[in-house]
Design a protein. Structure first.
Length: 357
């Protein structure tokens, strides 16, 4: 049974729009600093120490931060599309398998063991901690590594409780249970180690302020193969959308295909969370926005949702930097407010039309 035909022009136009929007946001990110929008003229016309400092700020701080926000949004948008297709639920988000709670627990545990003196992410660990623990395995692991290990461990625990990936409902319930339990463990660690709370806040609220070139390259290196794998598995999601019995009748081996989809979901989510902390609603809203614009199969949805998530987070990062300059809003708080408002509006519109979300 074949999926209904989709006009290619609509998907192509949306792709071009999202790519152009991403390029525009990348250029805008170079001009937005701690004092708001600034001129880029010193980059190519200035001379002396002031011009050199301006170039260093743009190329070493603003550009990797903006590109990192784009890459993290792309990973979350891709993970959201995979999660919604895998669970056949438009309210599924990338954190359903407990990856966010596992990452938070990993960061909280390392901060508590290091006395709470670490910074937001691995790259921002304080000099004092590095000098004291320079030979310690915790520093070599870093908060970024701890977040990724915690996210992957949480997903593996969810799979163990669900006894595999054969039943999506059991997998969903196991993910909820793991998320609640690990979240309680994180709260207990922070209660016993109050010095870790301030450093932990940056991770819990989400931030792109500490993303550097290494983080950008890592996220892009994970995004490309994850996108390719999701596209290769998209026909499985198309079949699952017609019902599990229909998918089985088509001769699909659902267990290994579901396992591969869970691996893509966990890898994309864990990588993004490890670099930027917990950023809400991007993975949930991006597929919804794509479906509201065009009707596509899952193969195109993966690509478009990824570009949409990238544009959403890059735009939110610009707003977080510029709205209250020189102060900066946590980008995770901004995405939660904007994403929650969008979903409330969507629910109101669907309810008024007599439909469901």
């Amino acid at each position: 049974m074949r999926a209904p035909a989709v006009p290619r022009s609509a998907g192509h136009w949306l792709t071009l729009v999202l790519l152009a929007l991403g390029a525009a946001l990348l250029l805008a990110g170079l001009a937005v600093g701690s004092t708001g929008v600034e001129s880029l003229r010193p980059l190519w016309s200035g001379e002396g120490a002031q011009a050199a400092m301006a170039r260093q700020i743009v190329w070493d701080i603003r550009l990797p931060r903006t590109l990192g926000a784009w890459a993290a949004g792309a990973l979350l948008g891709l993970a959201g599309a995979v999660a919604q297709g895998l669970f056949r639920n438009p309210l599924a988000d990338p954190y359903l398998l407990g990856s966010a709670s596992g990452a938070s627990l990993g960061v909280a545990a390392v901060l508590a063991l290091m006395g709470g003196a670490g910074g937001m992410l691995g790259a921002s660990t304080s000099v004092a901690v590095v000098s004291v623990y320079s030979g310690h395995w915790l520093v070599r692991l870093g908060l970024t590594g701890a977040a990724f290990v915690g996210a992957v461990a949480a997903v593996l625990l969810t799979l163990a409780l669900a006894r595999g990936v054969q039943h999506t409902l059991r997998l969903l319930l196991a993910g909820v249970v793991v998320g609640v339990v690990l979240g309680a463990c994180t709260s207990l660690i922070l209660l016993l180690s109050p010095d870790s709370l301030q450093a932990m806040q940056g991770f819990l609220l989400g931030s792109t302020g500490f993303v550097g070139w290494t983080s950008c390259l890592l996220m892009l290196a994970v995004w490309l193969p994850s996108l390719a794998a999701a596209w290769a598995l998209s026909r499985t999601l198309d079949a699952l959308a017609l019902g599990e019995s229909t998918a089985l009748s088509l001769g699909l081996r659902l267990a290994p295909l579901r396992a591969a989809l869970v691996a893509v979901l966990a890898l994309a989510t864990g990588t993004a969370v490890a670099q930027t902390g917990l950023i809400a609603f991007v993975g949930l809203a991006a597929p919804h926005l794509v479906r509201a614009a065009v009707h596509v199969t899952h193969g195109r949805l993966m690509w478009l949702a990824s570009l949409m998530g990238a544009a959403l987070l890059a735009g939110a990062d610009l707003l977080a930097r510029g709205l209250l300059a020189p102060q900066e809003l946590p980008v995770g708080v901004l995405t939660a407010v904007l994403g929650g408002g969008y979903l409330l509006w969507l629910m109101h519109r669907r309810t008024g039309a007599g439909g469901v979300l």
